[in-house]
Design a protein around this ligand. Structure first.
Ligand code: ZN
Ligand code: ZN
Length: 194
């Protein structure tokens, strides 16, 4: 699989962003500049100026466009949307070396507004996933009451839940209890108890 560390990092940012949406968590998690600042800080985004109210609205809007690509019904549709997105912000590859990260590519213009920065980086990361033929790794959590998305980077593409510490565990416990129940039922049948 041709997914580099940089692409993996960008996909992590993408998933974090998509999962802040109201349709995922039941409320808008990017509801204020404080929340947007916290997102920028936890994702350690570089070459950014201070965020403003205009950035907040633009990032919320971009999030919807990215979700459309993430959940597109076909690769053709996803590719079309990626092309429109990266062209709209004039994404341009630029080699850079900063903060001890070694040489890597930035696609956003220096000091681009936050939404443009994210559109270039996350749009390119999605493009690289399509190029690698790995679109099936863009997943939605299979837990019935969970709308979170994730990128399955496991070797055998077997990941089903957004986060093994929460949904994964919860589903495993439910499956275990169901097995216990059916074992108990079998035992009851054998003993002629109802
Ligand atoms: Zn960088
Ligand atoms: Zn989940």
């Amino acid at each position: 699989m041709l997914i580099t560390h940089d692409t993996e990092c960008a996909l992590g940012i993408l998933v974090d962003l998509l999962n802040t949406a109201p349709e995922v968590g039941g409320f808008e998690q990017l509801s204020s500049l404080v929340a947007l600042d916290a997102f920028v800080a936890r994702q350690d985004l570089s070459e950014l100026d201070a965020v403003t109210a205009a950035d907040l609205a633009a990032v919320q809007q971009l999030r919807g466009r990215l979700r459309e690509i993430f959940t597109a019904a076909s690769t053709e549709r996803a590719a079309e949307l990626v092309n429109v997105l990266v062209a709209s912000v004039n994404a341009t590859p630029r080699l850079t070396e900063h903060d001890g990260h070694g040489w890597h590519m930035h696609y956003f213009a220096p000091h681009a507004a936050l939404a443009d920065h994210l559109a270039a980086e996350l749009g390119m990361a999605l493009g690289l996933i399509l190029m690698a033929g790995e679109r099936e790794r863009l997943r939605r959590c299979e837990a019935p009451d969970c709308a979170r998305v994730f990128v399955d980077l496991s070797r055998n593409r077997s990941r089903r839940y957004c986060d093994s510490r929460t949904c994964g565990n919860r589903m495993h416990v439910a499956a275990y209890r169901a097995r216990q129940r059916s074992a108990a039922d079998d035992a009851a049948v054998t003993l002629g108890v109802s």
